[in-house]
Design a protein around this ligand. Structure first.
Ligand code: SF4
Length: 765
């Protein structure tokens, strides 16, 4: 019951990118004691999933399984322990280390790695500090692991980023094409809307492409159980059938696209029987899927990590977009390619330029964009560095031309690693290699700053300095969800250690960024504006938003029409939103015009990129791509495909969800899904310990025998680390983190790692 709630605070969910409207219930003592869905919010109409339901629990240390909320800045001692220091000393230390690094090794030796869970205001502030004051191009975020393929696919097809459609398309479509996504477990409120739409008189069909028989796949009219790493071949097969059967919209193709002839020629050989040989999907099912897509009036495609984190991720996004373009099914209710993301504000980082991109999709290659931003920020011309970087690149023997933050660590070139609101010690691939670069015994390791809400957490294991941060519900800010709707989340409770301020206590990430910016400006004039001020001048989240929205004005993610009051009144607003057209941003490209005109191109890529429309007609670009086999496939030594992914009860590296008893008890430890037939040949039963080994490491987890995976393939959840004391005890010291096994190989276009397939062997432990 909600009997003890005296106030409901307006908010939005801080977990996944669906962006459900919530209210946080606060009692008379000022404690968060409940969450309920916001009935008036169009996304979820009052409903929440199990993670959202228990979200208030993370705001009360006394209500958690393992209560270790950070309240004090901590410095590593010479004996490997922690000592608490004041915020003044902590910000002096980080400023001093950054200045040392810049003076000895240049600005790019300072690496900033952040998140998909901050607010727009926090991304904007960090982008301003990193690019406008520190001048480092070594900035990236964990959204590189999450949805970089969608960004690059959209950008190189449409000329700009951003999902073209919105959730309202769900109720207006005739055919759902779900590829590499399992919304029944990963995005439950999107799935609820799909399931309800399926029961309507319109009765849209459901096609699901997934190597596993997930809850979503079991509900499908047609499940295409694809072999790992073969999405590109399947998409070419669907395109071939659509073209061969004249299910194209030739008028739309001629008026609004380029490169159709090359696409048609490329896919001509991808007949259903040829594609069946690569993908393992029956040829008749490929033809049937193409027919449903081709003949349906409206088609809505949904995709996430099974596309992005698989071989050819960017190319697959381009092909999905091409499928909509050649059938003319885009820019109207019920039809769109719709990328979804993992984290609540992955979209916000794309927009606000908190990592590798520039604020408001400005273009690194466009001098006018750079000059405009330098002018707004009041910094000297030439201040903003020329490029962003990626957090990780393939091992040099796999893709020798790539560099990245992790490669810089390996080579001893990274001097400071400021890691905020993300847990790479669980989430990056090939963890054993990463641990060796960050180990305290490594003389060329960087100075590591970890800014997070809990200590211990796995990445803090490698930290020299820990900065305690406030979290969702303890701060106010804006969150852009997957459909480009910007939501407002208001502060409901004070952060832990509030009574210890100003020396100690957790602060919001925005406040921490400001403290560091102010300290650096005070210590060294190089880090001030031309007027002599700190780059981060705003004193509240709302002030930061007011500055940000002016930076966004006139760009594709224009938020100049929004205000905190309008966001609350309207229960979120789609971008673009201007004062003249506050609520008109639900769908992009409704007129068939795209942003492929170079003068209007809004994102950083070379001017000779093929998608730039040379005739200045703003037509979308159709990519003609070939299937390429994954870099590692099962063989006699490592005979199983390994797939990784999520479970509904946990979020990312479980930093929060493992502390909530109700969620932990549902999935308390890691496991490996094995098919019944494979389990028999391995002589393994559910609950037995199994050693899973790849060329990069091994783990020991419990077996779960299931028909979800096919023979020759196994699945292990991605959420579990094995460095925290509570996990070590729970696992009897076993290593359980699946990213000790995954391969370090990234997409050739976007730098997103391939987590969805590598080769492993199994043995009863
Ligand atoms: Fe939160 Fe996503 Fe669940 Fe909605 S579906 S309550 S946004 S975790």
């Amino acid at each position: 019951t909600f009997d003890n709630v005296v106030q409901w605070v307006y908010s939005v969910c801080g977990y996944c990118s669906v962006g459900c409207g919530l209210k946080i219930g606060v009692n008379a003592a000022g404690e968060a004691v409940a969450v309920r869905g916001n009935d008036a919010h169009p996304t979820n109409a009052g409903r929440v999933c199990v993670k959202g339901l228990y979200e208030y629990k993370v705001l009360d240390d006394n209500d958690l399984r393992v209560a270790e909320r950070g309240k004090y800045p901590l410095r590593r001692t010479s004996t490997g322990g922690w000592e608490s220091i004041t915020w003044d000393n902590a910000t002096s230390l980080i400023a001093q280390k950054i200045i040392e690094a810049i003076d000895t090794a240049g600005p790019d030796s300072v690496g900033i790695y952040n998140t998909g869970q901050w607010t727009i205001e926090e991304y904007y502030a960090m982008g301003k500090l990193g690019k406008g004051a520190l001048r480092t191009s070594t900035m990236d975020s964990n959204t590189r692991l999450c949805m970089a393929a969608a960004v690059y696919g959209y950008m190189t097809t449409f000329g700009s980023d951003g999902p073209p459609g919105c959730y309202d398309d769900i109720e207006n479509t005739d055919c759902f094409f779900l590829i590499g996504t399992n919304p029944a477990e990963m995005h439950p409120q999107v799935w609820r809307r799909i399931a309800n739409a399926r029961k309507s008189s319109r009765a849209p069909k459901l096609i699901v492409v997934d190597p596993r028989r997930t809850a979503t796949a079991r509900s499908a009219d047609l499940h295409l159980q694809i072999k790992p790493g073969t999405n590109v071949a399947l998409m070419n097969g669907l395109l071939q059938q659509i073209i061969a059967n004249n299910w194209t919209d030739n008028g739309y193709i001629n008026a609004n696209t380029r490169n159709y002839d090359a696409l048609a020629a490329k896919v001509a050989s991808y007949t259903p029987s040829y594609v069946s040989g690569i993908t393992g999907i029956p040829a008749a099912d490929i033809a049937l899927a193409a027919e449903w897509i081709g003949r349906s009036q409206e088609v809505w495609s949904l995709f996430i990590q099974g596309v992005y984190q698989a071989m050819g991720g960017t190319d697959t996004v381009r092909q999905i977009c091409a499928m909509h373009l050649i059938t003319g099914k885009i820019g109207r209710p019920g039809s769109a390619p719709f990328s979804i993301t993992g984290q609540a504000t992955a979209m916000s980082n794309r927009e606000a330029g908190g990592s590798s991109a520039l604020a408001a999709y400005r273009n690194y290659y466009n001098p006018a964009h750079i000059a405009e931003l330098e002018n707004i920020w009041d910094v000297a011309p030439g201040t903003i560095p020329p490029h962003g970087t990626t957090v990780i690149s393939s091992k040099s023997e796999l893709q020798p031309e790539k560099n990245s933050m992790v490669e810089m660590m390996r080579k001893g070139e990274l001097k400071v690693f400021w890691n905020a609101c993300t847990n790479p010690a669980v989430t990056l691939p090939d963890l054993n290699a990463l641990y060796s670069y960050l180990d305290f015994s490594n003389p060329s390791r960087p100075f590591v700053v970890v800014q997070d809400i809990y200590e211990p957490m796995e990445t803090a294991h490698f930290a020299d300095l820990f900065l305690p941060a406030a979290q969702w519900g303890e701060k106010t800010g804006t969150y852009t969800c997957a459909e480009r709707r910007v939501n407002l989340g208001r502060q409901a409770v004070n952060p832990p250690g509030f009574e210890l301020r100003p020396s100690y206590g957790a602060y919001s990430d925005l406040e921490i960024i400001k403290m560091v910016a102010d300290k650096m400006a005070a210590m060294d004039p190089r880090f001030r504006t031309q007027s002599g001020d700190s780059l981060v001048g705003f004193n509240s989240a709302e002030e930061a938003f007011e500055e940000w929205k002016q930076v966004s004005a006139g760009k594709i993610c224009d938020m100049s029409g929004m205000s905190y009051a309008a966001l609350e009144t309207n229960n979120g607003i789609h971008w673009p939103s201007t004062p003249a057209n506050l609520l008109g941003g639900a769908r992009l490209y409704t007129d068939g015009r795209f942003n492929t005109n170079w003068d209007r191109a809004q994102y950083g890529i070379s001017p000779d990129a093929p998608w730039i429309d040379p005739d200045d007609k703003s037509r979308a670009y159709l990519w003609a791509v070939d299937y390429e086999a994954p870099p590692e496939v099962p063989d006699s030594q490592y005979p199983f495909w390994l797939n990784t992914g999520r479970v509904i009860e946990h979020f990312h590296s479980r930093t929060k969800t493992k502390r909530v008893a109700q969620l932990h008890e549902m999935v308390p430890e890691n496991y490996v899904e094995i098919s019944t037939e494979d389990a028999q040949s391995l002589n393994v039963a559910t609950g037995d310990l199994v050693r899973v080994t790849s060329r990069r490491g091994e783990i020991v987890v419990k077996a779960r025998i299931t028909d979800t995976v096919r023979n020759g393939a196994v699945f292990i959840p991605m959420h579990f680390g094995d460095l925290d004391p509570s996990d070590v005890a729970e696992n009897d010291g076993r290593l359980v983190s699946v990213n000790r096994l995954t391969i370090n190989y990234v997409d050739k276009d976007c730098g997103q790692p391939i987590y969805k397939h590598c080769a492993v062997k199994l043995a009863k432990a």
